[in-house]
Design a protein. Sequence first.
Length: 254
Amino acid sequence: VNLRHALQQAIEQSQFELHYQPQIYGPTGQVSGVEALIRWYHPERGNISPGQFISLAEDTGQIMPISEWVLERACRDAVRLNASATMPVTMAVNISPMQFQRSGFLASIQRVLKQSGLAPELLELELTEGVLMESTEHAIQTLQDLRSLGVHIALDDFGTGFSSLSYLKHLPINKLKIDRSFVRDVVTDPRDAAIVDGVVTMVAKLGLEVLIEGVETAEQYEYLNARHSTYFQGFYFARPMSFSALRSFLDESP
Ligand code: G
Ligand code: G
Ligand code: MN
Ligand code: NA
């Protein structure tokens, strides 16, 4: 199939949209931020999930214009959200490995921040372990430059890759997102509970923030919130939603 051609049309015809999933700070129950998630509505094929097209877009190089669009839209929406919010709302954006490694990445972040007027502290870039595994000089330098700008870095899907603890010690990371695979059975499986407890304790001692992903039930939330002062995200609180739905959600939040 010519997904490549379809992607080209999607770029030209603005078939992409961003949805936003709220992130909650456990101790206050307030929305502290949102994660931007790309959605593609194809006129004939309907919704095509990012899992189906992001890696292809990386192979063809089309990830570059797509991710530029994502960054611009996310930052502009973050400015609009924060203009009316009573509490600051951070904007988390997923960054693909290829996007991060490209030489113009830092410059594109600077440009998008300047054009949108978003405070750098309100932008959080989600990187996966794979990106940091290849801790080349260039990657480390880019992370340090991002930190100097004031932009925050979150390590996504923590615990699923070939986790190395050494980069927690060496790299300027602000937050760690514990993968949802540890949350699914956390209430009934003491091994999952042990992993979550251990990671949260260690990461807190390192002075980093923790977000627990994939909370789907009240039971999971109550169990985890009773034990840990962390951020949370998951279908229990809210599914990813359109910008206008997000505005209503924030209006009705504590
Ligand atoms: O939202 P959903 O569960 O369909 O996301 C599937 C995968 O696609 C996740 O791993 C998510 O991080 C990734 N993803 C969603 N939006 C973006 C995006 O804007 N850029 C990149 N690089 N990945 C994204
Ligand atoms: O890889 P990443 O963590 O960026 O993937 C984000 C994706 O995870 C989002 O697209 C979102 O749809 C999905 N997601 C968010 N919360 C939940 C949840 O509670 N359960 C499940 N199964 N998926 C979730
Ligand atoms: Mn993510
Ligand atoms: Na994740």
